[in-house]
Design a protein around this ligand. Structure first.
Ligand code: KIV
Ligand code: ZN
Length: 514
């Protein structure tokens, strides 16, 4: 069996998805979960892109210890210096420095000749190696680059100190056969290639990211990059959970191991979905809601007679538990604490108390509190930023029905600590609530997307709302959960608005794009 290192870039390439803006605590929560999932490297961000990214990468580097932490940098000394500052306390820091190598990128984007690109790449790898124990170099748009130029530049950056060479299919253009051929060519033609790890990084524009990653490992790659749920710009990146499960289920065809803990897939996927607000198609492989549902009578009959007639993956393999232990009204603090530890959360005493109070108030309205409910409550508590001024919901009331004008009355505590309240109407209950919130909040708000889902099943399920909006022309997203749909809606709205205050404190520079 050949071991494949998994390089997760959910917090960097994944975070570049439109509308995704995670705060530091949210990134930290995802980082902890990626560590539990067993990734070999996590790319925590792009430290030179903004103050917020810098601080998030730094706090991840200080927190996770069983995984290498990487930071992305353009081919510039300033980027490399900033990345080192962010990562120097990591147990195993890695510089990920990239430059484009395809004719189209070099000519139009970089406006540099191949010789200039080669010189810069070598110089920056050498500079990076003077600071970092591990330097990964990426040839952006490798799949559309000239093969002989690639061979040449790779040989030189290896000599300069790179120990991982990544060949991204940046625009998701390649096919499995072509991408496999690229790796084989590089393996066979770069004289010093045996000194390094070859890495695959695939985008899913043509729906082939996972297939391309599999082709890469069949042709010499021993690192695969991707994201949880396949999130990322445009059509996203290779979905790591799909890649890992494909290797597990088709061991007969793919003699490779990853070291990933497959039972953590469900939790990792849920956390990323919840915090990024990027919902998952019900039919998505491995983690979609219907991935294990058998609707047709023939299939149901077959599965009952012998599960493997129609089920090649068991829900248990990816951590979906059929009989969740539930807590209720009479569960005490001890049972609650045990449960949250089982769920993998470690909370401070203050947060534990807050979580217990939220749990108790939920049990007043809901007979059985499931793992999914607790996961939602605990995630909210773990990721709430407390040290930034913000709007807080004090009280609200909405009147609506078929024969009256929906009207909301809301009281908020403003960031200055003042109680403000007003009432507005709307065409529906959510609209009246949002009109009222908008009237109370001084910022310029445009709601772009509203998405309501339920956490688990049953008429008393928790509601979860994700919104996307612009606040003073800055795109932000927000999420909120509560048993009441309107309360969850109000929380999501305020969660998005409050990110503006967070960004004012932490995103002092405009975020640079890759
Ligand atoms: O897709 C890509 O080329 C990238 C690089 C920055 C590695 O994400
Ligand atoms: Zn990418």
């Amino acid at each position: 069996m050949v071991h494949i290192n998994i390089f997760d870039t959910t917090l960097r390439d994944g975070e570049q998805s439109p509308g995704v803006n995670l705060n530091q605590l949210e990134k930290l929560e995802i980082a902890r979960q990626l560590e539990r999932f067993g990734v070999h490297v996590m790319e925590a961000g792009f430290p030179a892109s903004s103050q917020g990214d810098f601080e998030a990468v730094q706090s991840i580097a200080r927190t996770v210890k069983n995984v290498s932490v990487a930071g992305l940098a353009r081919a510039s000394k300033a980027d490399i210096d900033t990345t080192w500052e962010a990562l120097k306390e990591a147990k195993d820091p890695r510089l990920h420095v990239f430059i484009a190598t395809s004719p189209i990128h070099m000519t139009y984007k970089l406006k540099k000749t191949p010789e200039e690109v080669m010189r810069l790449a070598v110089e920056m790898v050498r500079y990076g190696k003077s600071k970092f124990p591990t330097v990964q170099w990426s040839a952006e748009d490798a799949s559309r680059s000239d093969l002989d130029f690639l061979v040449h530049i790779i040989e030189k950056v290896i000599d300069a100190g790179a120990s991982v060479i990544n060949l991204p299919d940046t625009v998701g253009y390649t096919t499995p056969e072509e991408y496999g051929r690229l790796f084989r060519y590089i393996k066979e033609n770069v004289p010093n290639i045996d000194k390094v790890t070859l890495s695959a990084h695939c985008h899913d524009d043509l729906g082939m990211a996972v297939a391309n990653s599999l082709a890469a490992i069949e042709n010499g790659a021993t690192q695969v990059e991707g994201t949880i749920n396949g999130i990322g710009e445009r059509a996203g990146n290779a979905a790591l959970e799909e890649f890992a499960v494909a290797l597990n289920i088709r061991k007969d065809k793919y003699p490779f191991t990853t070291g990933l803990i497959l039972k953590e897939i469900k939790r990792t996927s849920d956390l990323v979905r919840k915090l990024t607000g990027m919902s998952i198609a019900p039919n998505k492989a491995v983690v979609g809601q219907n991935a294990f549902a058998h609707e047709s009578g023939i299939h149901q009959d077959g599965v009952l007679k012998h599960a493997q007639t129609y089920e090649i993956i068991t829900p248990e393999l990816v951590g979906i538990q059929s009989n969740q232990l539930v807590l209720g009204k009479h569960s005490g603090r001890h049972a609650f604490k045990d449960k949250i530890e089982q769920l993998g959360f470690s909370l401070s005493e203050a947060k534990l108390l807050e979580a217990f109070q939220d749990f108790k108030s939920l049990t007043d309205r809901k007979k059985e509190v499931t793992d999914e409910d607790l996961f939602t409550i605990l995630t909210d508590i773990q990721t709430t930023v407390t040290n930034v001024k913000k709007y807080e919901l004090l009280a609200f009331q909405v009147q609506s029905g078929t024969s009256n004008l929906p009207t909301a009355t809301v009281a908020l505590k403003s960031p200055e600590g003042i109680r403000v309240e007003t009432a507005r109407t709307g065409k529906g209950s959510v609209e009246s609530l949002y009109n009222t919130l908008e009237a109370l909040i001084k910022e310029e708000i445009h709601l772009e997307k509203y998405h309501l889902s339920s956490v688990g099943q049953g008429r008393d399920a928790l509601a979860e709302v994700h919104v996307k909006m612009t606040v003073n022309n800055v795109p932000v997203s927000g999420r909120g959960s509560a048993q009441d749909v309107l309360e969850a809606s109000a929380k999501a709205f305020l969660n998005a608005v409050n990110r503006v205050f967070y960004n004012q404190v932490f995103m002092k520079k405009e975020k640079a794009q890759v």
